[in-house]
Design a protein around this ligand. Structure first.
Ligand code: ARG
Ligand code: ZN
Length: 871
């Protein structure tokens, strides 16, 4: 029963208007759904509506009850044959159903989050609310009347503008909403609850006033300020950057604790995971602040890229997601350091998306075959999708890109379209032929670019030859050459000829367009061979087959104008040591590394950038560059390198740590970032471990509460957990006593507990699972133990007894019964077993086989396990 992109056809019927009346009750909510349907073209097809977990009460067709023998019903479809439909092309259908929100632990459709009702309809959740043509190319205007108990649910919200409200008998009340913009049902939302409300406004560039409302749990009002400011910044940025203005009179955001994903862009009524709304300086980290701003922006930007122009079908998901991630990344870069933002985006891509693209669930950014759509909200569709948009931006330039966006909205506003439509708008705007570029949408896997250089001293000509290869597999037997923008810098200096970063224009920056399997470029006018800095700004989501010696890497680190290249050269140098140490634990690391670290610490870069420079590649980043990984050897290699740097550079690390502590509010985020990387090195040396305890006291247990800080607290706890310092249990106890009433902070506490590097970890994990505040029903809480362990504790996740894999599989099995979507995401580290050495592969595979035999295996898990086990 998988679906294929190639099978797309337009719907036989469309829906013009929807009139919903929803009477909320915990276990029996009544939904009356009045549809105006129109037959599309001349045909005798049945009307087939999607519906799941619904109890049908009645059907009324053009005011006449439709009797049971005139339609068919099964677990997923309501079919009304042509013979039961009225004569004309348009007709009305009133569907009355009952649903049970309280029992809905999948958190799709209408469910309860704590005391509030809320919805999640993307991708195919509306069919759990009522029978419908649940596909994004069916767009209707919605009127929604919500009725509920007035005391328990003073706020009744839905999309669009409020048009009516009033009291009803029995302490009930109602509110009616009308959304004038036709939309697919995946953008429908309903929320009912008792909240604190933060109100503000925004005046758009044409002078319209928009009411901004953020709804949070009672008592959390102060924690919504940052989200509000982020929303206002997003609205201003989209006007300035793309000329895009908000279109309704009201924009609402509701924060809920039970949510599968980050957030959802429902028209005029975003529903957010509370972790991407709530923040104050005591309880949120700097990266929480950053992420909240980014997710608020992402959902806001969807109002144009997603809602005003939406997807024709779910295979086109990257049309809205890749583009909107690109937009939120550009926004974050403009709000903060664009260099550091880019580095962090690339780290995610290389560590997690590359692994996905090499694993059994690998798919093009526009997938061609889907069993469970929720499985395709992936790093590939989102992050690689954003890289594809970025390549386009690089190839045609910022002005043509803006022109292309203008074309796109002029042509497609109010429509449901395809990725091709978007690329065609960009091609028409820029005059550039993007036919070959479109292959990025249909081919999968990370291309490898092989680099060869030659220099002719007699003529001064430097020659660069690049070859590309996408993975050849059974699913992709004959991959074609892609159109790849390769930005390079040719450096005319040796690393030791100039003390500071070179900002003179001796370097040449070029944009090469690699379109063939192999291509050669020549550059003249060099008196000596220039040093090549490849992939400036990480201009394409590719891997390089290019070994540069230490001298060349040091030259790039010091003299490249492109900050990404400077950072990347340092990472390559570090990575080469990790690789050597993985194969040979006694490998002797060159003392030149210490000089390099010291000069980074003393270099003229900003501190957030230095923090990125001296941070080692993570376990996953390193793993992404290796095959047949011995995970424990890799873990030890990273630890050895870290200890070597700590010992060699201790004086400079300490000096930097102290210097960062001395600054005030100015650049405090950058200072904390650098300070805490230094602390993580220093905490490996017994003589500096007192610093960790001191920092914890300062940041978490300070007489002056305004001095307390969650970034520094968690950094100290992370050091204590990674090194398993003796103070750890006392710190964790203190932290728990202090924060036991604050859900989001307790998630951090559970996550630290799951990442302790201790032989006792399995006992500790079981204690955490038995903690009175632990529940698998809350996705954030579940992930705070399960994902934190699988992702942040590689030494024990990969322990050679297989206990780590077994722990993960056991939790997935429980989660399969509760929340299939979350269960399916948790299985990622196991299905990527092929990148590990045989002994680990076998242990992981055994767990996959056990899971595959589960009695109520969901489609979500089945799709991934099938792929992993036949692969
Ligand atoms: N469109 C939402 C966003 O990008 C994510 C929705 C994910 N839904 C899902 N069922 N996986 O912010
Ligand atoms: Zn999105």
């Amino acid at each position: 029963e998988p679906r294929f992109l190639a099978d797309y056809r337009p719907a036989d019927f469309t829906i013009n208007t929807v009139n919903l009346s929803i009477e909320l009750a915990d276990t029996s909510t009544k939904v009356i759904n009045e549809l105006e349907l129109v037959k599309q073209g001349d045909h005798q097809q049945a009307l087939v509506l999607n519906g799941e977990h619904l109890t049908l009460i009645s059907l009324v067709l053009n005011d006449q009850p439709l009797h049971a023998e005139l339609y068919q019903l099964n677990d997923t479809l309501l079919t009304i044959p042509a013979s039961s439909l009225p004569e004309g092309d348009s007709f009305t259908l009133i569907i009355t159903t009952e649903i049970n929100p309280l029992e809905n632990t999948a958190l799709e459709g209408l469910f309860k989050s704590g005391d509030a009702f809320c919805t999640q309809c993307e991708a195919e959740g509306f069919r759990r609310i009522s029978y419908y043509l649940d596909r994004p190319d069916v767009m209707a205007t919605f009127t929604t009347k919500v009725t509920a108990d007035k005391t328990l649910y003073p706020f009744l919200l839905s999309n669009g503008n409020k048009i009516d409200s009033g009291d009803l008998p029995g302490n009930q009340h109602f509110v009616t909403w009308y959304d004038p913009f036709p939309k697919p049902c995946y953008l429908f939302a309903l929320v009912a609850g008792n909240f604190d409300l933060l109100e503000d406004k925004f005046t758009t560039m044409s002078g319209r006033e928009v009411a901004l409302e953020i709804f949070v749990d009672k008592g959390n009002l102060a924690k919504a300020e940052h989200a509000m400011v982020s929303l206002q910044k997003s609205m201003a940025w989209d006007e300035q950057t793309f000329g895009l203005e908000y279109d309704l009179d009201i924009y609402m955001i509701v924060a809920v604790d039970f949510f599968n994903m980050g957030a959802m862009e429902n028209k005029g009524l975003n529903v957010f995971n509370s972790k991407f709304v709530l923040a104050d300086s005591q309880c949120a980290t700097d990266s929480d602040y950053f992420n909240i701003e980014a997710v608020i922006a992402h959902e806001y930007f969807h109002n144009w890229t997603g809602n005003r122009v939406t997807c024709r079908d779910w295979f086109q998901l990257s049309l809205k997601e890749g583009l909107t991630v690109f937009r939120d990344q550009q926004f974050s870069g403009d709000m903060h350091s664009s260099a550091v933002t880019r580095i962090q985006n690339v780290r995610v891509l290389r560590s997690l998306q590359f692994a996905e693209d090499a694993g059994p669930m690998a798919h093009p950014i526009r997938p061609e075959k889907v069993l469970e759509m929720n499985n395709f909200y992936t790093l590939t569709v989102y992050e690689k999708g954003a890289e594809v948009i970025r390549m386009l931006h690089t190839l045609i330039g910022v002005e043509n890109f803006r022109k292309g966006m203008d074309f796109y909205f002029a042509r497609f506003d109010g429509m449901a379209v395809t990725c091709d439509d978007f690329i065609n708008a960009m091609s028409d705007a820029s005059g550039k032929d993007l036919t070959q570029f479109k292959l990025w949408y249909s081919q999968y896997g990370t291309p490898v670019i092989k680099v060869a250089q030659a220099f002719d001293a007699a003529t001064g000509i430097y020659t660069l030859t690049l070859s590309q290869q996408s993975p050849v597999t059974k699913k992709q037997e004959n991959p074609q050459a892609l159109h790849i923008p390769i930005k390079i810098e040719l450096i005319n200096k040796d690393f030791d000829t100039n003390a500071s970063v070179n900002t003179s224009n001796l370097n040449q920056t070029k944009l090469l367009e690699l379109t063939q399997d192999t291509q050669t470029w020549s550059f003249s006018g060099f008196s000596q061979q220039p040093t090549l800095a490849m992939l400036a700004d990480f201009s394409a989501p590719v891997k390089l087959d290019f070994s540069q010696d230490e001298t060349a890497l040091l030259t790039v680190m010091k003299n490249a104008e492109n900050s990404f290249c400077r950072w990347d050269a340092g990472q390559k140098l570090l990575m080469s040591y990790i690789q050597h140490l993985t194969f040979d634990a006694d490998y002797v690391i060159s003392p030149a590394l210490i000089d390099a670290i010291n000069s980074m610490l003393m270099g003229g870069e900003d501190r957030a950038f230095i923090a990125e420079q001296i941070s080692l590649p993570s376990f996953d980043e390193a793993a992404g560059l290796m095959i047949d990984i011995e995970p424990l050897a890799l873990f030890d290699a990273i630890s050895t390198l870290s200890l070597f740097i700590a010992q060699g550079a201790q004086q400079q690390l300490l000096a930097t740590y102290q210097a960062c502590q001395q600054v005030g509010e100015e650049d405090c985020v950058a200072n904390r970032a650098l300070k805490n990387v230094c602390l993580s090195y220093l905490s490996r040396l017994p003589e500096y471990q007192y610093l960790v305890a001191e920092q914890y006291q300062q940041a978490a247990n300070n007489n002056d509460i305004t001095q307390e800080n969650m970034t520094d607290t968690l950094a100290a706890l992370t050091c204590s957990a990674k090194v398993n310092l003796p103070d750890l249990s006392e710190q964790l106890q203190h932290f728990e006593n202090k924060w036991h009433d604050t859900t989001l902070v307790m998630d951090k506490w559970f996550a630290i507990g799951a990442s302790i590097v201790s032989d006792d970890i399995f006992t500790q994990l079981n204690d955490l699972l038995k903690h009175p505040q632990f529940t698998l029903k809350n996705p954030n809480r579940a992930r705070s133990i399960i994902s934190a362990f699988a992702m942040n504790n590689p030494k024990y996740f990969h322990c050679k007894t297989g206990k780590g894999y077994q722990f993960l599989a056991q939790q997935i099995a429980k989660m399969n019964e509760i929340n299939p979507q979350v269960a399916s995401r948790l299985v990622t580290p196991l299905i990527q077993y092929k990148s590990f050495a045989t002994a680990h592969q076998q242990l992981m595979k055994a767990e996959l086989i056990t899971l595959h035999a589960l009695p109520n295996l969901s489609n979500d898990l089945k799709e991934k396990l099938d792929a992993a086990l036949i692969d």
